[in-house]
Write a protein that binds this ligand. Structure first.
Ligand code: SER
Length: 326
């Protein structure tokens, strides 16, 4: 468990996960105890004022070290990353940002004797040679995207720092995450968020994967509970130091569209796959997360109907504010 006196840093704090993880950590540990660090993306006024906020480029070792020392950080949630679709547009940058920053975090974790590090992995570690259904915890990892390559390498780096230096690093292979607080940027599973905004704004969505594309997906509340859960678990229970499979739902884009049309009058959806179809096709349909369930009691709460209701309510509320247009 983290030393209560040292603070928590969240990098990538203005991103899709960070904007919801930061308030959850602040509820648990106190607002002043959690330092939110963005980089290029501007936070909303409310987010900036809710507790300590700063900026950091985690690929800059010196800048990161100074920040960790200045705020007496003992735990890092290192969320800053480029996602799969953006990674294919600029693979060199994806490598530099995703792995360069992780290496800095791990090295400083050892040097400054961090209590804990969290690093998110992804279903993108899997590839076409991986079993597609109920993908096991330990299986073939031959991804086709640079994002996936960085996640496989990063998982192994985390495991190495645990076995070599005893650094308490923990990770989750997030499914595609569905949320209404912040729009995801540059991912392949983004259609599963865009569809809700498009349905409410225009009553129509053109989906960039075909109707029978299935992916492991998860509502953000479950993802936050999983993140807090794995970090709160007794270290003796953590048997996986690469990254845990965590699963919630698996449904096709067509099934999602049907759920939305059942709730938004007149909603229509058509399907025009682009380059992201090949990425989605290389990922599993569903994951076996029995190791996470056994080790630290993981269990999702949302099913497809409750997720769709929560998303439609959340997006409707958000549209009155600064929700970005798709
Ligand atoms: N949501 C991510 C993406 O689509 C997967 O980790 O890139």
């Amino acid at each position: 468990m983290p030393n209560r006196n040292r603070r928590i840093l969240v990098t990538g704090a203005v991103g899709q996960v960070g904007t919801e993880l930061v308030p959850a950590l602040r509820d648990r540990f106190g607002a002043e105890h959690v330092i939110a660090a963005g980089h290029r993306t501007q936070p909303s006024e409310g987010f900036r004022n809710a507790g300590p906020y700063t900026t950091v480029d985690a690929t800059d070792m010196d800048g990161l070290k100074a920040l960790l020392q200045e705020h007496d950080i003992g735990v890092i949630y290192h969320l800053a990353t480029l996602l799969s679709a953006d990674g294919e547009k600029d693979p060199e940058r994806a490598w530099r940002v995703n792995l360069g920053s992780l290496k800095n975090v791990l090295d400083l974790g050892v040097e400054l004797e961090m209590d804990q590090i969290f690093w998110p992995s992804s279903i993108a570690v899997f590839g076409p040679t991986t079993p597609r259904v109920d993908t096991p915890q330990r299986t073939i990892l031959e991804p086709t995207t640079m994002y996936g390559v960085t996640k496989v390498a990063g998982e192994n780096l985390c495991n190495y720092y645990f076995t070599r230096y005893g650094l308490d690093v923990r990770g989750l292979r997030y499914p595609g995450l569905i949320s209404h607080e912040t729009f995801p940027g540059g991912g392949t599973s983004d259609y599963s968020v865009e569809i809700f905004v498009a349905a409410i704004e225009r009553g129509h969505y053109t989906c960039f994967v075909n109707a029978d594309t299935a992916l492991p997906l998860m509502y953000m509340d479950d993802a936050i509970r999983a993140t807090v859960g794995v970090m709160a678990a007794d270290a003796a229970r953590i048997s996986v130091r690469t990254s845990y499979n965590v699963s919630a739902l698996s449904f096709t884009a067509g099934e999602l569209a049907a759920e939305v049309s059942g709730r938004v009058d007149g909603f229509t959806c058509d399907f025009e796959p682009d380059f992201r179809q090949a990425i989605a096709d290389s990922w599993p349909d569903s994951m076996d997360d029995s190791v996470a369930r056994r080790d630290w009691g993981w269990k999702p709460e949302y099913d497809l109907p409750t997720l769709v209701d929560a998303m439609l309510n959340g997006v409707r509320e958000k549209l009155g504010g600064a929700w970005p247009r798709v």
